[in-house]
Design a protein. Structure first.
Length: 250
C-alpha cells in the first residue's frame, strides 16, 4: 500500500514543472500623484524650504507589483486573503481577489488606521471608514467586480488597490529583482499578468510542455489610453525646418 502511494506521488511529480518569470522595466514605474491636504504637507516635505530637495515617490517592484497566473488547472482564489499593512503601506500594493472573497486587513503598524474603500478614481465610499487599532485586524468584502482603492482617513497619502474579478488564479510574489516562480504546474497553456496601482501593465501567454518554462513581462511602458469614439487622429509633429520658419516669421 505504501509502495503504491509512493509510485503515484512520483508519477504525479514527474509531470509537474515550474514556471520562472522576470519583470523588466520596473525602474520606469512612477506612482500616481496624490493630492495632500495643506496640514500634512510640512510633515511630508512637500513645501520647498531651501534646505531639502523635494523627492518624488518611487515604486518598489517587490512591494508594489502583483503577478497573477491563470490557466485551466489553476483553481480560483476564493479563500480569505490577508493583506499586511506595515510602514503605512500594504503589501502588495495591488491585491487581486474574486468578488465575494473576504479581505482581512492586518494592521501591523504601531498606530491606528481608519480604512475605507472607494471605486478607483472616485470618492464615494463602498466600504465605510472604521478604526483598525494597532496589531488588530478588520475584514471587508467586495461583492461586485471592479477596481477599488483602499484609503485611510488618518493618512491621506495611503493607497492600496483592490482588483476584484473572475480568473484571479494564483498570485505570485516577485522579489526585489523582479523574479517570480510558480511551482508544480501541469502541462498546458497559462496566462501571466502583472499589475501596478490597480492597472494591468503586462500580459503574456506561456505553455508548459514537459519541462521548466520561462516568461518575461515588460512592465515599464505605460498602458495606452483608449481613443475616444470618433476622435480624429493626433496631428503629426511639424518638421524641424517648418518650426524654424515659423520662429523667423516666414
Amino acid at each position: 500500500m505504501v509502495l503504491t502511494a509512493l509510485v503515484i506521488v512520483s508519477a504525479a511529480s514527474a509531470f509537474a514543472h515550474d514556471l520562472r518569470g522576470t519583470l523588466t522595466g520596473a525602474d520606469a514605474l512612477s506612482p500616481a500623484a496624490r493630492a495632500t491636504p495643506a496640514r500634512w504637507r510640512g510633515a511630508f516635505w512637500e513645501v520647498p524650504n531651501g534646505a531639502l530637495a523635494i523627492t518624488a515617490p518611487r515604486s518598489n517592484v517587490e512591494r508594489d507589483v502583483a503577478v497573477v497566473l491563470t490557466g485551466a488547472t489553476i483553481a480560483e482564489s476564493r479563500q480569505p486573503v490577508t493583506v499586511p499593512v506595515e510602514g503605512g503601506r500594504c503589501r502588495p500594493g495591488t491585491v487581486l481577489l474574486s468578488p465575494g472573497t473576504t479581505l482581512t486587513l492586518d494592521n501591523q503598524d504601531l498606530l491606528a488606521h481608519e480604512f475605507y474603500v472607494v471605486r478607483a478614481g472616485g470618492d464615494d465610499r463602498v466600504v465605510a471608514a472604521e478604526v483598525t487599532s494597532s496589531r488588530t485586524r478588520r475584514q471587508v468584502s467586495l461583492p461586485a467586480a471592479g477596481t477599488y482603492e483602499l484609503r485611510d482617513l488618518r493618512q491621506p497619502t495611503f493607497r492600496c488597490w483592490l482588483v476584484a474579478g473572475p480568473g484571479q488564479g494564483r498570485v505570485l510574489q516577485p522579489n526585489a529583482a523582479g523574479a517570480f516562480t510558480a511551482t508544480g504546474l501541469e502541462d498546458g497553456p497559462y496566462t501571466v499578468k502583472a499589475y501596478f496601482e490597480g492597472v494591468e501593465r503586462a500580459s503574456a501567454e506561456v505553455t508548459v510542455a514537459g519541462r521548466e518554462a520561462a516568461v518575461t513581462l515588460a512592465i515599464g511602458a505605460a498602458p495606452a489610453a483608449p481613443a475616444a469614439p470618433g476622435a480624429a487622429p493626433a496631428a503629426a509633429p511639424a518638421a524641424p525646418e517648418d518650426n524654424h520658419r515659423r520662429r523667423r516669421g516666414h
